[in-house]
Design a protein around this ligand. Structure first.
Ligand SMILES: Cc1cc2nc3c(=O)[nH]c(=O)nc-3n(C[C@H](O)[C@H](O)[C@H](O)COP(=O)(O)OP(=O)(O)OC[C@H]3O[C@@H](n4cnc5c(N)ncnc54)[C@H](O)[C@@H]3O)c2cc1C
Ligand code: FES
Ligand code: FES
Length: 466
């Protein structure tokens, strides 16, 4: 039995925990405002808000693609569709979209309304740039993005000042008509909901984290499978610093990682780099651990974590733990050192010391919402004399597994100047073994990898590389 609030009403359903929320909303609850289009997380037409109760009793809302979200994942949550925002009167977001002529055929509009409402509920700084980022998964085929961005700008102006008083955010949003009055009672109603016990993960269950890989690949099979939902595992949802390591729980969503203050303090570049991963409505659910275990040779988070020298804590049945460096985790194409029933319970990333430089590059057909043709990350440490004391270079899309460039020791002791990066480029070309696929020919990807080494040079040492 799954219990949740759908807009203003309580839903208790015996439908399969693996049924997608989109299917439930349209097919069972008969609410047709949420649109059904790509079913692959690509278009944003199915965007809804999911509010989860935090430990302190407050409700945190995230905009999510309902086509990749299983019912079991929203047990105990508040789901908001466009019907739940009301039409008489229009909400502030809806009104601004009308005033700025930001809707023509209207197919994408419910998704855009939900993404902007989610932004108003959750964005720490309520900036215009953050509003545009919040829309990066919502595709509109006919209006043109300028008018949608104008509406987003007007929303930021209407909410100016609200970011300074995070404790009063909900009251401001109620007063300005961004959310309807019934939102006030949601925390209390969620507290009274009887949530299902958290299903244990084991040999006969499939672990669902964000579901953004699983529900694209095998949605039908998941309908009839025993699933365990890692988003319900509060013990796996943490980011903290300890003894020179950044420790990240195995259920942490990429967007939470990106926005975390401790991550931004130690790895300021990651906030921008991880914006290149999928889109906000997917990053709100997709996890770092899911990216690693999915074992795609071009996973963006995986390539970044490989360069950062991350290691994994793997927990098996009975709580047995073992540590595996990420660079030893991949055994072959889509083959990992993870036994049946084991979970990646923690990712540990060494904190960078003074003078360590890092860069990530990704080449894809579109800047956002696209998988890389080739990506690469580099971590470079230099001593007081400027010579290289440590170097890690990772690359995706150039072999069957995420690659860590071998034989890197020969670069130690050299100055990271233009000739250093030219030689690094040659070494990368020699190590790469890509194949032809829809993202490009093997030769194109090899050449691209060589160029990415030079792009690292430009990003890290603009003067020497010029
Ligand atoms: C439209 C679209 C765009 C995308 N764009 C990108 C992109 O730009 N870059 C990119 O890298 N990826 C992209 N992806 C792929 C996907 O979003 C990522 O790989 C994501 O990080 C997967 O995480 P998840 O939590 O959703 O994994 P899930 O789908 O929940 O799980 C993936 C696999 O990992 C297993 N798993 C998950 N967590 C654990 C754990 N803690 N322990 C053990 N096993 C676990 C699951 O059982 C499953 O086998 C995109 C996907 C879509 C649909
Ligand atoms: S239907 Fe396209 S993202 Fe869900
Ligand atoms: S208004 Fe037609 S797709 Fe956006």
């Amino acid at each position: 039995m799954t219990n949740f609030l759908l807009n203003d009403r309580l839903v208790s359903t015996e439908e399969s925990a693996g049924m997608t929320l989109l299917e439930f909303i349209r097919g069972v609850a008969c609410l047709s405002g949420t649109k059904d289009a790509c079913r692959e997380g690509e278009c944003g037409a199915c965007t809804v808000l999911v509010g989860s109760r935090a430990a302190d009793g407050t409700v945190a809302y995230k905009a999510c693609a309902s086509c990749l979200l299983p019912l079991g994942d929203i047990d105990g949550c508040h789901v908001v569709t466009v019907e739940g925002l009301g039409s008489e009167p229009l909400t502030l977001v809806q009104r601004l979209l009308v005033e700025h002529s930001a809707s023509q055929c209207g197919f994408c509009t419910p998704g855009i309304v939900l993404s902007l409402t989610g932004f108003a509920l959750a964005s720490p700084d309520l900036s215009y740039d953050a509003a545009v980022d919040a829309l990066d998964g919502n595709i509109c085929r006919c209006t043109g993005y300028a008018s949608i961005r104008n509406a987003a700008r007007a929303l930021c102006e209407a909410l100016a000042g609200a970011a300074k008083h995070p404790g009063q955010r909900q009251e401001v949003l109620l007063a300005t008509g961004v959310v309807p009055a019934y939102f006030r009672g949601i925390p209390g109603r969620l507290a009274e909901l009887k949530a299902a016990p958290v299903a244990a993960c084991g040999k006969n269950t499939i672990a669902v984290a964000g579901g953004t890989d699983l529900f694209v690949q095998k949605p039908e099979q998941l309908m009839g499978s025993d699933l365990c939902f890692l988003s319900k595992r509060r013990d796996l949802d943490y980011i903290r610093e300890d003894k020179g390591l950044l420790l990240v729980g195995g259920a942490v969503a990429i967007e939470d990682f990106r926005n975390s203050a401790v991550v931004q303090r130690h790895f300021p570049a990651l906030a921008g780099d991880l914006l290149l991963h999928s889109s906000a409505i997917l990053r709100n659910k997709a996890t770092l651990a899911g990216n690693i275990v999915n074992a795609s040779p071009i996973g963006d988070a995986t390539i970044i974590l490989l360069a950062l020298n991350a290691s994994l804590t793997i927990t098996g049945e009975g709580g047995r733990k073992r540590e595996v460096p990420l660079d030893k985790f991949y055994l072959g194409y889509k083959k990992t050192d993870l036994a049946c029933g084991e979970l990646v319970s923690e990712i540990a990333i060494p904190l960078p010391s003074e003078g360590v430089r890092y860069n990530f590059e990704k080449v894809s057909n579109r800047t956002t919402l696209d998988i890389a043709a080739v990506n690469s990350a580099l971590l470079l440490a230099t001593g007081s004399d400027g010579a290289v004391t440590g170097l890690r270079v990772s690359a995706g899309g150039v072999g069957p597994v995420p690659m860590l460039l071998p034989g890197i020791e020969k670069f130690h002791g050299r100055k990271p100047d233009a000739s250093f990066f030219q030689d690094l480029s040659k070494a990368a070309l020699a190590a790469a073994a890509p194949i032809d696929d829809i993202r490009g020919s093997a030769e194109y990807k090899r050449l691209l990898l060589g160029q990415l080494m030079l792009a690292h040079a430009r990003a890290l040492a603009p003067v020497e590389a010029a």
